[in-house]
Write a new protein. Structure first.
Length: 531
């Protein structure tokens, strides 16, 4: 399937395989910034030049979609086209010259599609969240409560429009910024007041504009800007960016860390808008979600149910399981290792000083630890880490993805050392977490050495003198698992500073079975004696 978004600033296309379980496997993405909006908010018309460029771009996208074997496609146009007096004429031209039928959608439909994608990607949360999508022509808002939509809004406050209407100078004059803020008070203030009364936990931001600002915030604090889905920026960082961006001209703006050269002229309006939202709604954090309008179109095209009412935790687990299935199929070994790893965590998290939330990260690493086999058996643990780092994990922070990747990487071979480049780049507490989770994963993986699910379970007993791991084989032969696990306890022993012992837990048979066994034994002994 393919989804195309003809926006005010850019034309985007995503091509993906969409599964009935909601998994979206992206095949290709394309983006062309053409500034279709141009002067439309001043003149009311799309320019000939921007329409010609958009037509060529859409023609190229259509050819790529056909070359990729796309079976179903949906294309929509948003703010600039729906407001232009020649918008309908332009859409007809696109259909005639490119063969791509483009539908002009309302602002509310746009907000609904974005919400569909965000809920599908991030799941529900206990506290309300404010979804914000900042485009060139409009801003879409939604208040999300436990997977439900309390209200939706689409407002004509996109950054291209605001820049054109209020910021005639660059850098903008103080009086221009004051007029802009007064306009936001009138148009946006009432919605943010409603959100403020709900005590929202965070702003979930989508779109290239918010991504550009969060990227700059991360770059300013020296963080990696490669993976941004789930990345966060504080309200204080956005306020600091606003002060910087409105004071410098485009040339100096381009020198700021992480600045997007294609958005330099719109960054002052963008920062002023986002700072206003966080300040007025009294929100401390903005979190990026990479899913937005295009992914919402794909979900609608696939006729998947609207609205994820599952928890955010369930949505995260779903993303992990989809990636695991993509590379391992059934993943029976991964699920068995995850089950054993959870049991080991439950018995050791206190002595290892592990935070409760790290239990989920261990589960995810266990489910994914062998996906590198899809690349090669040799060094598959390293291939696993690469696939995790480059997988799609909506709702995860960069740090969480890195913890999962490093934990999975060290499920075999070399013990994770604090001096390795990847771990050295982490804060000390995070390094300790990775090493502790890896210690548990190494043992759990060994306890399914034959990939046959021999063990029914494991339980841990911790004393000042030792740690004992009781293994329940259910009467089956678990010698190979025991042999492998005994060779993987060294890291855990080092971390808890005491020996770790493995012990097969004998299971007493039910009384009826014990009686039959004694009877058979007695008959056998009698026959032997008679002979």
């Amino acid at each position: 399937m393919a989804a195309i978004d003809v926006g005010t600033n850019s034309v985007h296309m995503v091509i993906a395989d969409v599964r009935r379980d909601g998994r979206i496997d992206v095949v290709d993405r394309m983006k062309e910034m053409i500034r279709l909006g141009g002067d439309v908010f001043r003149t009311g018309r799309l320019t000939a030049g921007s329409m010609a460029l958009a037509t060529r771009t859409l023609g190229t996208f259509g050819r790529l979609a056909r070359a990729r074997g796309v079976q179903r496609m949906r294309a929509v146009a948003t703010s600039a086209v729906r407001e232009a007096r020649n918008g309908a004429e332009f859409v007809e031209r696109l259909r005639r010259q490119t063969g791509v039928p483009v539908r002009i959608i309302s602002g509310i439909d746009e907000a609904r599609l974005i919400v569909r994608a965000v809920l599908h990607a991030t799941g529900a949360d206990e506290r309300p969240r404010l979804m914000v999508d900042v485009g060139g022509g409009s801003v879409e808002l939604a208040l999300l409560e436990r997977g439900r939509v309390s209200w939706l809004a689409s407002l004509p406050l996109g950054v291209a429009r605001l820049s054109e209407q209020f910021l005639a100078h660059d850098p903008p004059l103080p009086r221009e910024l004051k007029r802009l803020e007064h306009h936001l008070d009138e148009e946006l203030g009432p919605y943010l007041a409603r959100a403020r009364r709900m005590d929202i936990a965070e702003v979930v931001g989508t779109s290239g504009t918010i991504t550009a600002l969060v990227t700059m915030a991360r770059a300013a604090r020296g963080d990696d800007t490669g993976r941004l889905d789930g990345a966060r920026a504080s309200a204080a960082e956005i306020a600091r960016l606003r002060r910087q961006l409105v004071r410098v001209d485009p040339e100096r703006r381009a020198e700021l860390p992480g600045a997007d050269s294609k958005r330099l002229d719109q960054l002052p309006a963008a920062a002023a808008l986002l700072e206003y939202i966080t300040r007025t709604a009294r929100v401390d954090t903005i979190r990026l979600c990479s899913w937005a309008l295009r992914e919402g179109l794909l979900l609608e095209l696939a006729k998947l149910p609207f609205g994820r009412r599952a928890s955010a935790q369930h949505a995260r687990l779903g993303a992990v399981e989809r990636l695991a299935r993509r590379w391992t199929g059934d993943n029976a070994h991964g699920r068995q290792v995850a089950r054993l790893a959870m049991a080991l965590f439950d018995g050791t998290h206190e002595v290892l000083d592990l935070a409760p939330e790290s239990r989920d990260l261990l589960q995810y690493a266990a489910l994914l630890h062998d996906i590198g086999h899809a690349v090669s058996h040799d060094r598959h643990h390293r291939h696993t880490a690469y696939l995790i780092r480059n997988g799609e994990f909506p709702g995860f922070t960069n740090r969480e993805v890195e913890i999962i990747a490093e934990t999975a990487r060290h499920h075999r071979k070399q013990i994770p050392k604090a001096s390795t480049p990847e771990l050295e780049a982490m804060p000390a507490k995070v390094r300790r977490t990775v090493r502790a989770l890896a210690a548990l994963l190494r043992i759990a993986d060994a306890l399914d050495r034959t990939h046959t699910g021999v063990l029914r379970g494991a339980a841990v007993q911790v004393s000042p003198a030792r740690v004992v791991i009781d293994i329940d084989t259910g009467g089956r032969d678990g010698d190979l698992e025991l042999w492998a696990a005994e060779r993987r306890v060294d890291l855990l022993s080092r971390l808890v500073d005491r020996p770790v012992r493995l012990r097969v837990r004998a299971k007493r048979a039910p009384a009826r079975r014990r009686g039959r066994a004694r009877a058979r034994s007695s008959r056998g002994r009698t026959r032997t004696a008679g002979g």
